[in-house]
Design a protein around this ligand. Structure first.
Ligand SMILES: Nc1nc2c(ncn2[C@@H]2O[C@H](COP(=O)(O)OP(=O)(O)OP(=O)(O)O)[C@@H](O)[C@H]2O)c(=O)[nH]1
Ligand SMILES: [Mg+2]
Length: 440
């Protein structure tokens, strides 16, 4: 990691557009920028500056641009940092970057700006990962989680927990120093209380991570469609369930969930009430449940009874970008389905294998949620920390030597430290920051 280099990269998507941002970070940021500015400026002594004007490039007319400059340590990366905001014209951006490279900059690696922010103590690791997750999020839910983490959702409670444990470790170590004199700094009951509190906090943290643990979430397929379309029959046929089925529209009032093992892929299949006018309280509740389930779906399976044309409502649903909607023909033993959709029959079982393969394929291709790597990294540390705290508890309880207690407490602290990145290894940093795109 060479943070003494001055790095440059385009930090907006490449291609024509209204605005491109070229970012420069490092000790030479002011120096490499100076020759590009149409009006000479002394940036070195500046804490913050916005220069609206023009850039000068050899053999070109002046280029309109805004240049933002933040002097170290008052910037995102903690170093001198500049951003050139200019029209997003690929050849223009290329020329500006080429000029900066010639002036002594190095092309930034993926995530290098955020890594510098981390190394400068501006971000802890969980937040750095959240920056990545915010950028990568594809749904409102993912964005919400990532923003929460960015706002210190994991790091802040961790800090308090670490402080508590550090105090405890300090007490244990002080007692070790005075072991000869048989002075007890903290009574065992007090020690147990403090360890139990830490245990409870880490357990809670683990639960919170679990709730955000979209990483291990099972792909959720929700059956939807008009009443009587054959959703429950299909649900039964696929999941070996015995949901109520009847020729009367509006049979299903609640939602039902079954897990299906499709080869190596596990999915969750959800049967929901058919869409109906809300004529009474029960119907209203049923419709609310159906909508809620549809919102949480990773895939909607729109059941369309063979021989029935698509309604405008169904057409509209099929056009929705998220979640993906797959339309299938049901009751194909009775009539011909629309030609471009998979045909199934819950009665003859025809088309079910194809449908299973299709669902498994969708589930496999599901993108990992943006926070997933961060979550699994944190979870690993939470588990190890819990284990060490439990051992620490046992040591106090069974009056084992306090040296062992100090060892376990130190271990637990190390796990928490690694989670926020106070203790880190180059390898870990590489793993985390290499997932970023260049310019971030
Ligand atoms: N012949 C034939 N009949 C079917 C098939 N699937 C469902 N049916 C019949 O169609 C009727 C409605 O089926 P359901 O599975 O209850 O339909 P649903 O979509 O769950 O209906 P709601 O719960 O009311 O929304 C029942 O009488 C089923 O026996 C099929 O593949 N072939
Ligand atoms: Mg039903």
């Amino acid at each position: 990691m060479h943070t003494r280099d001055t790095i440059v990269a385009l930090s907006t998507p490449a291609g024509p557009g209204a605005r491109a941002i070229v970012r420069i970070s490092g000790p030479a940021a002011a120096a490499v920028l100076a020759p590009l500015l149409a009006t000479p400026q002394d940036l070195n002594a500046r804490r913050r500056a916005l220069l609206s004007g023009h850039l000068r490039l050899p053999d070109l007319a002046p280029i309109p641009a805004d240049v933002y400059f933040w002097g170290a340590p008052h910037s995102y990366t903690g170093q001198d940092l500049a951003e050139i905001h200019l029209l997003s014209s690929p050849p223009l951006v290329e020329l500006v970057i080429a000029q900066l490279l010639q002036a002594g900059c190095r092309a930034a690696q993926p995530g290098e700006f955020t890594m510098r922010a981390f190394l400068a103590g501006k971000l802890d690791l969980t937040r750095a990962e959240a920056v990545h997750a915010v950028i990568e999020s594809t749904s409102r839910n993912e964005l919400k989680q990532a923003l929460k983490q960015l706002a210190g959702g994991v790091a802040r409670p961790l800090q308090e927990l670490r402080d508590d444990l550090l105090d405890l470790l300090a007490d244990v170590e002080a007692a070790l120093d005075f072991a000869e004199e048989d002075i007890r700094f903290v009574q065992p009951e007090e020690m147990l209380k403090r360890i139990s509190k830490a245990l409870a906090q880490v357990t809670l943290l683990g639960k919170q991570l679990e709730q955000r643990g979209l990483a291990d979430r099972v792909f959720r397929v929700v059956l939807t469609g008009r009443p009587n379309a054959g959703k429950s029959s299909l649900f039964n046929a696929l999941a070996g369930a015995d949901a109520l089925v009847s020729p009367q529209p509006g049979t299903t009032r609640d939602y039902l969930v079954r897990r299906l093992q499709l080869g190596e892929t596990l999915i969750e299949l959800v049967d929901t009430p058919g869409w109906q006018a809300e004529t009474g309280t029960i119907e209203m509740q049923a419709q609310t449940l159906a909508r809620e389930q549809a919102e949480q779906a990773d895939l909607l399976l729109l059941c369309l009874e063979a021989g029935h044309p698509l309604t405008p409502e169904e057409e509209a649903l099929r056009r929705r970008p998220h979640p993906p909607v797959v339309t299938i023909g049901t009751k194909c033993d009775l009539a011909m389905p629309l030609c471009d959709i998979p045909a199934t029959s819950a009665v003859t079982g025809c088309g079910l294998d194809t449908l299973r393969a299709l669902l498994a394929d969708y589930a496999r291709r599901q993108r990992q949620p943006a926070l997933a790597p961060s979550l699994s990294r944190c979870r690993h540390h939470v588990e190890s920390c819990l284990e060490q705290l439990r051992r620490a508890h046992g040591i106090v309880l069974f009056e084992e030597p306090p040296e062992l207690l100090a060892l376990e407490l130190r271990g637990a602290l190390e796990q928490l430290g690694e989670m926020v990145g106070t203790v880190y290894t180059d390898d870990l940093l590489d793993r985390i920051f290499s997932r970023f795109c260049i310019g971030k």
